[in-house]
Design a protein around this ligand. Sequence first.
Ligand code: NAP
Length: 259
Amino acid sequence: MDLGIAGRKAIVCASSRGLGRACAFRLAEAGCEVVVNGRDKAKTESTAAEIAKATGATVIPVVADVSTAAGQAALFAAIGEPDILVNNNAGPPFRDFRELDRQKMIDGVIANMVVAVELTQKVIDPMVRRKFGRIVNITSGSVKMPLAGLDLSSGARAGLTAFFAGVARSVAAHNITINFLLPGPFDTERLTTNIAANAKSKGIPLEQARAERMAVVPAKRFGTAEEFGAACAFLCSQQAGFITGQNLLMDGGQFQGAF
Ligand SMILES: NC(=O)c1ccc[n+]([C@@H]2O[C@H](COP(=O)([O-])OP(=O)(O)OC[C@H]3O[C@@H](n4cnc5c(N)ncnc54)[C@H](OP(=O)(O)O)[C@@H]3O)[C@@H](O)[C@H]2O)c1
């Protein structure tokens, strides 16, 4: 399927590995010029080179912390005014909520809510002028089905979801969509880290914790980053222009609800 976005410019935040990388790959495959971002220089540059080689697209590595003003400026300096913005960032570590002090809570809200709002503020008016914009926010299945220990992540991301619910409607007439992808368990380093923390807290082997985590997924497997990236690219497509303000849960059926 031709997604109709060849030649569009895309910034994919936090995309040197995992789900962000997969989104960047699929957008590059669709013919976009893509900014790939991460804090680790070697990894960010090697990912950009791999995606460029595999897709033939222009892929620009930007080594920057997306949570900082300087990092955000570096993203825009690399590509100018993007048509597509994929908001992504690291999630806070697994932690009992009693251990969260004020600074940790503020940092978590900045990382998983404020940064996405700041970046959207910067892209939205140029998108309105060009009458095209696609914004995808990578949040989490925990927005719908919270997981104790990831409370800060769930809270900040649910806040972002509510924040953008109104914004999405306010720009829809300009062919701008704002949607959310809610990953359940996807086989990335982040998932492995969470499973390891769970194994440690329960005092069980890592493999057992991994099997237990997989057993509760009706699909009986973890999602692949490729599946995630494909969904992201579709939400960024020309054809998805009538889908906005929506939360797409990708969890292999784990959330037990019809809606
Ligand atoms: N995988 C899952 O099953 C799952 C489930 C629910 C929610 N999520 C959420 O989905 C998001 C992506 O998860 P993932 O599994 O793809 O994570 P991941 O494999 O750990 O990858 C995280 C990526 O973000 C980059 N990054 C982290 N902090 C950054 C920062 N401040 N500035 C710029 N880049 C940064 C990392 O590169 P550097 O470290 O080099 O900066 C890396 O490229 C996270 O918010 C995660 O909490 C994931």
